[in-house]
Design a protein around this ligand. Structure first.
Ligand code: AMP
Ligand code: ZN
Length: 467
């Protein structure tokens, strides 16, 4: 298997630290709102990477964190007049619902930053003792980038350029830095913010230290793969490398994988630009399997532009696969014969499985992997029929299902509930209520509930949502 390693900017053969095992860490979301579909891209992509390793027989230890202490979380909490904890717990729960909808497997461990403070204090102490970090007068602890000659190796930046680039930049509150390219490991508390005790001051950790600490705790000093969106290369991952390698005295991650951006009108989808759709919004219009299929239709390192047309194309493509599997299921129920008939042949099917594997072995080329699945569907549609043997039909079905499972696609068709269908039923229920036919109105409410739709009668009229 070949993986493009951001560190070397080359595709490299994957050699695990321990045979048959993969230790993988993916930076997770900061939880202060519903996740948008840009955040969903690394979730879907690296879940697929994990699934392919599992398909190949690897035992994958997959760790992905939730950043649950951060300025944005605190801001949102202050706006709502609640604790930061209330905000982060709420959006972790919502994020997990979205992940389930996208069929993203739960991580082996998904640690929370606020539950790992002791480990962070410990690592910062180690860094101070070895001269890689220092405490400023106000209690802030900084990492001394100049103490790590390899600083910049991931983002291919040169420390001297960085230092001169930052020189003019004076950040208020960071006057205690020895050098402008140093970064925060621990910062003093501010009024109204959550804080923890530490040897330096009451305060909270900087963002980067959490991943170094969680990765070490759950996966060990050295891991196989560290991943995230490409915006994390600098400074987040560069700083993680500096912290981990200085604290542990070992190379941190062997392979660094980064997904390209999900764009809208060729601009990165982001909360700050306001050009985003949440996964929840998309789930109002589409089965989230369509979103997953859309994400995997491009190579993970390429930029991907979100558009209604591409979503429609993904919906149709997915439908073609699901229809073929449904046909095979029907045929299987009727067909007979445990042996292949004379004209039936395993070889063309096997050749397409090999094509699929070759694509995925080549830095997880899901786009070509999906093409191989489509070819398999075509082969199935043209060779399986009422006269096929049960063995052949079952073999085709099992093969398509297995490859779809790598993509995280469930091959069962779901009854789709359309907005228009719901509106029409609500209108009928309103009419029934007007006619004082409350039995019928209740019956319709019950039918909607069975379809996963809850109604709420408000002063502005009837509101509905999916559960
Ligand atoms: P954040 O919550 O901003 O820390 O982001 C969580 C993850 O989503 C990180 O791996 C980011 O790199 C990734 N991410 C955020 N926006 C996008 C985007 N538009 N396209 C692809 N990945 C993104
Ligand atoms: Zn991280």
């Amino acid at each position: 298997m070949k993986i493009y390693n951001t560190l070397s900017r080359q595709k490299e053969e994957f050699i695990p630290l321990e045979p048959g095992k993969v230790k993988m860490y993916v930076c997770g979301p900061t939880v202060y709102n519903y996740i948008h579909i840009g955040n969903a891209r690394p979730m879907i992509v690296f879940d697929t990477v994990r699934r392919y390793f599992e398909y190949k027989g690897y035992d994958v230890n997959f760790v992905s964190n939730f950043t649950d202490v951060d300025d944005k979380i605190i801001k949102k909490a202050n706006e709502e007049g609640v604790d930061a904890d209330t905000i982060s717990k709420r959006y972790i729960a919502e994020c997990k619902k979205d992940m389930e909808g996208m069929n993203v497997e739960p991580a082996t461990t998904s640690p929370l930053a606020t539950e790992e403070i002791d480990g962070m204090v410990e690592m910062i102490e180690t860094l101070i003792e070895s001269g890689h970090a220092y405490k400023a007068e106000d209690g802030t602890v900084y990492f001394r980038t100049g103490s790590f000659p390899q600083y910049g190796k991931l983002s291919h930046k040169n420390l001297e350029d960085l230092q001169s680039g930052f020189r003019e930049l004076k950040v208020t509150g960071e006057e205690g830095k020895e050098d402008p390219s140093d970064f925060v490991l621990w910062k003093p508390k501010k009024e109204g913010e959550p804080y923890w005790e530490s040897p330096w001051c009451q305060g909270r950790p900087g963002w980067h230290i959490e991943c170094s600490v969680m990765s070490k705790k759950y996966l060990g000093d050295q891991i196989d793969i560290h991943a995230g969106g490409e915006d994390l290369i600098f400074p987040h991952h560069e700083n993680e490398i500096a912290q981990s390698e200085c604290a542990n005295g070992k190379e941190f991650a062997r392979y660094w994988m980064h997904n390209g951006f999900l764009n809208i009108d060729n601009k990165k989808m982001s909360k700050s630009l306001g050009n985003f759709f949440t996964v929840r919004e998309i789930s109002e219009k589409y089965d989230l399997q369509v979103l997953r299929f859309f994400m995997l239709s491009a190579h993970y390192r390429s930029p991907l532009n979100f558009s209604a047309d591409l979503m429609e194309a993904s919906k149709n493509g997915l439908e073609r696969i699901l229809t073929a599997v449904e046909k095979l299921r029907d045929l299987e129920a009727r067909a007979e014969g445990e042996n292949f008939a004379a004209e039936e042949n395993k070889e063309p099917v096997q050749a397409l499985v090999e094509k699929f594997e070759a694509a995925m072995d080549d830095d997880f080329n899901t786009a070509d992997g999906i093409s191989a699945i489509f070819e398999l569907v075509k082969l199935s549609n043209s060779t399986a029929g009422p006269d096929s043997s049960k063995a052949y039909v079952a073999y085709l079905k099992h093969t398509i299902e297995k490859l779809c499972d790598v993509m995280g696609i469930i091959t069962e068709k779901k009854e789709e509930v359309l907005d228009s269908q719901v509106e029409e039923m609500i209108a009928r229920r309103q009419q029934a209520r007007k006619d004082k036919n409350f039995a019928l109105a209740d019956e319709i409410r019950g039918q909607l509930l069975d379809m996963g739709i809850v109604l709420e009668d408000t002063r502005e009229g009837v509101k509905w949502k999916r559960v």
